[in-house]
Design a protein around this ligand. Structure first.
Ligand code: ADP
Ligand code: MG
Length: 224
């Protein structure tokens, strides 16, 4: 058996706000097996984004442990966390966060080149991924020349460019109309399942959650 793609064990996160401490996460635990696709639901403000940022090694928990592919992340320094995030984790936000001065293809090439892949191989991988989401004809367009759904498709394939084992997505279609949202989620799930990735996807939409293997709910700082 391979190691779980992601394990959260007793994760807590406190924020200080105006002299008061806010206990947003109060011991959240989760195991995500390789290839498992899980919906993360919970009311607005329940801590879904906080949890995903901690799972994605973008923030550290106040207490508790995060393991990615079996590696305990608490003991890693910042450079070790950055390397693990780059190699093992893809992240999709609600807003695409594409670089506006670069084409769709270049946006998908950049993380690969940062990881040391040759320009030629990065370009080939970018072209192949963009084709899989129906954007072969648009590869040379900048984000500003693309629709919201197209921008988010580029953000999805950018997250997969370095062949991570884990995809984390924070309401990835929250800014799209329902029809486009359904299409982008279908493509995202087809890619995730095609590449055998584990995924944790925050969503407000019960129809979207129902397309995943299971749902975990964040409430009162814990996952059930
Ligand atoms: P969700 O994504 O489920 O809507 P968030 O993780 O964004 O929830 O936020 C959970 C709670 O943590 C909210 O009450 C929010 O105000 C608070 N929070 C999030 N980030 C910070 C921060 N950097 N400083 C202080 N409070 C924060
Ligand atoms: Mg959020």
């Amino acid at each position: 058996m391979s190691d779980p793609a992601l394990e959260l064990a007793g994760v807590t996160r406190d924020f200080e706000q105006g002299g008061r401490v806010l206990n947003v996460l109060r011991g959240a635990s989760l195991g995500l097996n390789a290839g498992e696709v899980v919906a993360l639901v919970g009311p607005s403000g329940s801590g879904k984004s906080t949890l995903l940022h901690i799972a994605g090694l973008l923030e550290r928990p106040t207490d508790g442990e995060v393991r990615v592919g079996g590696t305990a992340c608490g003991a890693l320094g910042d450079s070790g966390r950055t390397a693990l995030r780059r190699d093992a984790i893809g992240f999709v936000y609600q807003f695409h966060h594409l670089l506006p001065e670069f084409s769709a293809r270049e946006n998908v090439m950049l993380p690969q080149m940062i990881a040391g892949i040759s320009r030629r191989a990065a370009r080939a991988r970018a072209g192949e991924l963009l084709e899989r989401v129906g954007l072969a004809e648009r590869a040379g367009h900048r984000p500003g020349q693309l629709s919201g759904g197209e921008q988010q498709r580029v953000a999805v394939v950018r997250a997969l460019a370095n062949r991570p084992r884990l995809l984390l997505a924070d309401e990835p279609t929250g800014n799209l109309d329902p029809e486009t949202s359904g299409q982008v989620i279908d493509e995202l799930l087809a890619l995730v399942r095609g590449e055998g990735l584990a995924a944790l996807i925050a969503t407000h939409n019960p129809d979207i959650a129902a397309r995943m293997d299971r749902t975990v709910t964040l409430k009162d700082g814990v996952l059930n």
